[in-house]
Design a protein around this ligand. Structure first.
Ligand code: CP
Length: 313
């Protein structure tokens, strides 16, 4: 039903694979509404959360997903691991692998790090965000959120706005949306686009947010990745907000039913102002966070061969 060992790139998934994950995630909605949010589906499995770059949403939702499916978890990243003493990624993985881990979930600042992990373990590996490369579970939770909202993905017009060039979210989300039949427009200043933006695979590329907005069903705002910026791609954050920020004034250009997504964390007042970030009808940012738990439960369950998920699928 789900013939993959790892989740290293959204490009490895077929439309059927994606639908399997989204449907499996849906079955876990009910568990997350229970007073005791726990089923024995992955009892006996051990998952290592190897987060070597900061994370709140991804790490938190993977940890909760593991607990709700009754995995044993090992948190091995961060400032308390021996990586800060200079231990290499490969030695770290081989060390943890010796402890009989069934899965590594890897967040790393370098593109390709999860692949390197997969080459040095017999365990399954999930890419939880690597450099500017991929963030496949983010794309899956975005698909889940959009599909729950509109009842479909095919035919929707999605605009992805902002720091395209530094975005691993983009690296997974554009192919995911294309696989599922959406029309994708990327919108950014030329200085925040990749050198050859056509390799992104989007249907349209523009720097005119105001012209694009009235066409969009989903306005997906990206975080300005200040930690990855080089040079001065825009004169100031205020100028960026004026030209590419989603503001109360700009909302007037949006379709009445259009929604606003953001992977988080948000730079309030830069890519999104408070009014749009907290908009009760348009903003689905916290729905995305909730979807993250469901989708990560589904990915863990499918990759680790879960049984007895505690619900009728
Ligand atoms: N969207 C996302 O990956 O957020 P975190 O960095 O908080 O995990």
């Amino acid at each position: 039903m789900f013939a993959h060992k790892h989740l290293l790139s959204i490009d490895d998934l077929s439309p059927e694979d994606i639908m399997t994950i989204l449907k499996q995630a849906r079955t876990f909605e009910e568990i997350n509404e229970r007073p005791i949010k726990k089923v024995p589906a992955l009892r006996g499995k051990t998952v290592c959360n190897l987060f070597l770059e900061p994370s709140t949403r991804t790490r938190g939702s993977f940890e909760l997903a593991e607990k709700r499916l009754s995995c044993d978890s090992l948190n091995a990243g961060g400032s308390t691991s021996s990586t800060v003493k200079g231990e290499s990624l490969v030695d770290t993985v081989r060390t943890l692998d010796s402890m009989k881990v069934d899965m590594f979930i890897v967040r790393h600042k370098c593109a390709g790090a999860p692949y390197i992990v997969s080459q040095n373990t017999n365990a399954a590996v999930i890419d939880a965000g690597d450099g500017k490369h991929q963030h496949p579970t983010q794309a899956l939770l975005d698909l889940y959120t959009i599909r729950e909202h509109f009842g479909r993905i095919e035919g929707l017009r999605v605009g992805i706005v902002g720091d395209i060039g530094h975005s691993r979210v983009c690296g997974s989300l554009i192919p995911a949306l294309k696989i599922m039949g959406a029309h994708v427009t990327v919108i950014a200043p030329p200085t925040l686009m990749p050198a050859a933006p056509e390799i992104l695979g989007a249907d349209e590329i523009t720097s005119d947010l105001d012209a694009a907005l009235p066409e969009l069903d989903v306005v997906y705002m990206l975080r300005i990745q200040r930690e990855r910026l080089e040079g001065a791609p825009y004169p100031s954050l205020r100028e960026y907000n004026l030209l590419f920020g989603l503001t109360e004034e700009r909302e007037k250009l949006m379709r009445p039913e259009a929604i606003v997504c953001h992977p988080g964390p948000v730079n309030r007042g830069v890519e999104l102002d408070d009014y749009m970030c907290d908009h009760p009808q348009r903003s689905v940012i916290l729905d995305q966070v909730y979807s993250g738990v469901l989708v990560r439960m589904a990915v863990l369950y499918l990759l680790l061969g879960g049984t007895d998920n505690g619900v009728d699928a």
